[in-house]
Design a protein around this ligand. Structure first.
Ligand SMILES: [Zn+2]
Length: 411
């Protein structure tokens, strides 16, 4: 959808003019969507020229040694509880996520009305005339984040229905400031920086890559290393699809054609390196922004990467280059790792690592970035973006930037 494109910043102009305005009230723009495009993606043969070098010896994924490194993650029991009774209500609770500021409880419908009470070790939010969305389960609630060890949601079907949310607070949990807004409720620690609020069982929650062998920290096109299967989950989000072509550039080049191809290949590259990859979509259909965030949260992803191509105006073919976005400091290093790796590999113009409040990177709770791989309206970028070989190299470079980040983080 075009609105989608505006929202996530494929249009550099809007990005510049209104970075803070993204995120809400774009529903109406959906009405002006272009007609469905039945054009399906011609998936391209790969052959990633600069990844032909064999990967260094994979450290075979023997189950972790009993000595030395900490062993595999212990089995954890999800402490969250959801007790739902389907009912009509003015406000519907969709999700709870940990964000870079605290927690965000997403709602749809009428602006939520909440009463808050706190006792020792517990905080209760009582939502009036509210109900739990069908499909919201315990696994979609945070576990052991920011000193909140568990969430309990209880629905009553009384008239009017109420929804009671109880947070189990770990010792030393800060005072949480609860604010309502049209699309949900935010919880932000009062008088304390979020960085100083520890996760309850952080060590159990953050699977990290094995430390790389020494001397592999310099990114290069041939860098390859492996992470143990299943230890790192990366969500790759092809920015557009279906009747949402994204930006349309010189010669009618559609953003979705470019970014779907790149995204699938990024996924392939990462899988070959042992990363668990979840694509928000694996074929050409339309997908709401909110659904993408949900996919990432449900997958318990460690990283989220949304892939786009940029546009400004057909009258500005002089604007070209790579832009990589993050929403909060959580995603900044990931954005930088990808950006610098792509620049080194692709020789594009550098339009910088930038901060913007795009929906998918703002509402995901893990480090998240949005890569604008070039301008479909740019005289220099457009021929590249339409070149399958160039797209393969771009995909390899993005994958490598992600691996670099994982590797450095694990070191
Ligand atoms: Zn886009």
């Amino acid at each position: 959808m075009r609105w989608n494109c505006l929202l996530v910043g494929c249009c550099g102009l809007l990005t510049v003019l209104a970075p803070a305005a993204s995120g809400q009230s774009l529903e109406e723009l959906r009405q002006s969507l272009p007609a469905a495009s039945s054009e399906s993606l011609d998936r391209l043969q790969q052959g990633i020229s600069d990844r032909t070098e064999p990967a260094p010896e994979l450290e075979r994924l023997a189950p972790a040694e009993p000595s030395g490194q900490p062993g595999p993650q212990p089995e954890t029991v999800n402490p969250n509880r959801v007790s739902n009774q389907p009912t009509e209500a003015a406000t519907r609770l969709r999700s709870v996520s940990a964000t870079a500021e605290g927690f965000f409880i997403r709602t749809v419908g009428t602006m939520p009305e909440v009463q808050v009470s706190r006792s020792d070790g517990e905080m209760t939010l009582e939502f009036s005339d509210a109900a739990i969305s069908f499909g919201l389960g315990t696994e979609q609630l945070p576990v052991d984040r920011y000193s909140v060890s568990a969430w309990q949601l209880v629905q009553t079907a009384a008239e009017p229905p109420t929804l009671r949310m109880t947070l189990t607070l770990a010792e030393g949990s800060p005072d949480w400031q609860v604010s309502t807004r049209i699309d949900g409720v935010t919880l932000v620690p009062r008088d304390v920086a979020i960085g100083d609020v520890p996760d309850v069982g952080a060590a159990l929650l953050e699977p990290v890559a094995v430390p790389p062998p020494a001397g592999q920290l310099t990114p290069s096109p041939s860098m390859g290393f492996s992470v143990p299967n299943g230890q790192v989950t990366v969500v790759i989000d092809p920015g557009h699809g279906g009747r949402d072509p994204g930006a349309v550039g010189i010669g009618g080049l559609q953003e979705k054609q470019v970014v779907n191809d790149i995204s699938y290949q990024v996924a392939d590259n990462l899988r070959q390196a042992g990363v668990n990859v979840v694509l928000t979509r694996d074929s050409d259909y339309e997908l709401e922004l909110e659904d993408r965030v949900q996919i990432a949260e449900r997958a318990n992803a460690n990283l989220f990467v949304s892939i786009h191509a940029n546009a400004i105006s057909l009258s500005r073919p002089d604007v070209n280059g790579l832009e990589t976005y993050y929403a909060s400091s959580l995603g900044q290093r990931l954005a930088q790792a990808i950006h610098s790796t792509v620049l080194q590999t692709m020789g594009m113009r550098d339009r910088g690592v930038r901060q913007a409040r795009f929906y998918v990177i703002r509402n995901t709770s893990m480090p998240a970035t949005l890569v604008e791989t070039g301008f479909v309206t740019g005289a220099e970028d457009q021929p590249n973006l339409r070149d399958p070989a160039w797209r393969s190299r771009m995909a390899a470079a993005i994958a490598q930037g992600i691996l670099l980040y994982i590797q450095q983080r694990g070191a």
